[in-house]
Design a protein around this ligand. Structure first.
Ligand SMILES: CC(C)(COP(=O)(O)OP(=O)(O)OC[C@H]1O[C@@H](n2cnc3c(N)ncnc32)[C@H](O)[C@@H]1OP(=O)(O)O)[C@@H](O)C(=O)NCCC(=O)NCCS
Length: 226
């Protein structure tokens, strides 16, 4: 298994703000928070835990903003100060501000993504950024990391389903060479929306590798300046 991007950058001695790591069980609470903000419907809370524990073909990653972690260590925020559990029954009163009990390192998670290897296809199951961190190239950074994983685990193609109305995500996928290959009718149970099925060409092809490298290089330059 090749090293993830963050680790490679760290080994080269670069100070990086955004770091991608493998998702672990303690990350799941924060992942679920972001999922609720990002998707109209969500997986059952147990799903990520099952994926991480039981699905050997699954690969899940989280994106951390190291600046958040560093700032919280230096100056505890009001939210941190409020973190003391409130005595019963005050905690049951309605309309109280939500006090998260997550550790600073968990709060630094701003996005996540995952895929399954199905024979020689890498099937992207999820990719989401916290709404406050969009349009900075970070969703793209997650996708790049997933495609790197796809190379690493020997996938020949990358595929996914996306809502027909989700032009934002479709733009991201098209940028990385995904093309429409069909529809799954009424795929999403919350509103019966159709899913577009999208595929890359063979990712080992010289043309795809070249395009991927160019896009990745441009993205890394962009992220370095943030
Ligand atoms: C899809 C998502 C992960 C993109 O994350 P992001 O960090 O905002 O995207 P980036 O800044 O990395 O943008 C990468 C590319 O995505 C596309 N894109 C992103 N936001 C866009 C927008 N508001 N309108 C149109 N295209 C957009 C563009 O192609 C962009 O490339 P560009 O910067 O060269 O124009 C994010 O919008 C999200 O979490 N959405 C909710 C969850 C979701 O729909 N996931 C996909 C499920 S299939």
């Amino acid at each position: 298994m090749a090293l993830l991007t963050s680790i490679v950058l760290r080994q080269k001695g670069m100070k990086v703000r955004y770091v991608v790591d493998r998702m672990t069980m303690p990350d799941v609470a924060r992942v679920i928070e972001i999922e609720r903000l990002a998707y109209p419907s969500t997986w059952p809370p147990s799903a990520y835990r099952k994926e991480l524990q039981d699905n050997r073909w699954a690969h899940y990653i989280v994106l951390r903003d190291k600046q958040i972690a560093e700032m919280r260590e230096a100056v505890p925020s009001e939210m941190d100060r409020q973190r003391k559990p409130r005595p019963f029954p005050l905690s049951l009163l309605p309309n109280r501000p939500t006090v998260t009990t997550l550790s600073p390192d968990l709060n630094s998670i701003v996005g996540f993504a995952g895929l399954w290897l199905m024979i020689d296809e890498a099937h992207i199951t999820t990719i989401a950024m916290h709404p406050g961190f969009r349009r900075r190239g970070l969703g793209e950074f997650l996708l790049v990391n997933l495609i790197d994983i796809a190379y690493d685990i020997g996938a020949r193609w990358v595929t996914l389903e996306v809502r027909v109305s989700n032009y934002t995500a479709q733009n991201l996928y098209r940028k990385y060479g995904f093309r429409e290959a069909g529809l799954r009718h009424r795929y999403y149970s919350d509103n019966q929306e159709d899913a577009l099925i999208m595929w890359t060409e063979e990712i080992a092809s010289p043309a795809y590798k070249q395009k991927f490298l160019e896009l990745k290089t441009t993205l890394y330059h962009k992220l370095e300046t943030q």
